[in-house]
Design a protein around this ligand. Structure first.
Ligand code: HEC
Length: 200
């Protein structure tokens, strides 16, 4: 093959590789997580004015803490409600307990990691709390709650990987303490009927 045309083929090849790299590069860029600030702005725009006002009235420290907490939840839904996400979490919790009870460390560890990486509901967390709870004291509790549930779930997964089911069982109960704590603070009684006398 004459040198010139083989050079042409080589340079064509280089161009193709470069082109592909560029394409992969831009795809990677597109997939990069949206900076937390931008994400929060997007969420705020989904809120009714009364909720937006409450969120804007939080101290910069509280907002920063919550933004950080939300930004590590990269598994986001634009459909699921908080209650639906809670039901998924409940189901993962049960799967962990089956894994532990049946000495199936892999099952327990997988379910615990799934629980830790749970979906973020549509609009984040703020819209699912009552407006009275959107204040610095109450919202300031959330990062600790988050650490208690998700941090402990990750520790549980490590214990289950090591086959230490006794530690995993202890961690499972620590997680439930955090579920209960958060429910006592933020959840009303589920499914209350307005059709009963004295309901309102
Ligand atoms: C950040 C606080 C918080 C944490 C932590 C939390 N929950 Fe919830 N959970 C709530 C709130 C608030 C609701 C009510 C949501 C609604 O009705 O919109 C709820 C609702 C639920 C529901 C739906 C049915 C019902 O009873 O209202 C289930 C199931 C549930 N949670 C399970 C769990 C489990 C299991 C854990 C721990 C692994 C957990 N939750 C941790 C705040 C929390």
């Amino acid at each position: 093959m004459p040198l010139k045309s083989s050079m042409k083929i080589v340079s064509l090849g280089v161009a193709a590789v470069l082109g592909a790299a560029l394409l992969v590069g831009t795809q990677a860029l597109a997939e990069q997580p949206v900076p937390a600030q931008q994400q929060m702005q997007k969420m705020l725009q989904m809120y009714k004015p009364e909720l937006r006002e409450k969120v804007m009235a939080l101290s910069p420290e509280t907002r920063q803490q919550l933004m950080q907490m939300l930004s590590i939840h990269t598994n986001r839904s634009n459909k699921a409600t908080f209650r639906q996400v809670m039901q998924e979490v409940m189901s993962d919790y049960q799967a962990i307990s089956v894994g532990i009870a049946t000495d199936n460390g892999e099952m327990a560890a997988d379910a615990a990691r799934r629980l830790a990486g749970h979906r973020l509901p549509k609009g984040g967390l703020y819209p699912y709390f009552s407006l009275e709870n959107i204040n610095d004291t109450d919202m300031g509790i959330l990062p600790a709650m988050n650490a208690a549930v998700e941090g402990t779930a990750l520790k549980l997964a490590e214990a289950a990987d090591r086959g230490d089911m006794a530690e995993a069982a202890g961690r499972l109960s620590e997680i439930m303490v955090a579920c209960v704590g958060c429910h006592q603070k933020f959840r009303g009684q589920p499914g209350v009927s307005k059709m009963l006398l004295g309901a309102d």
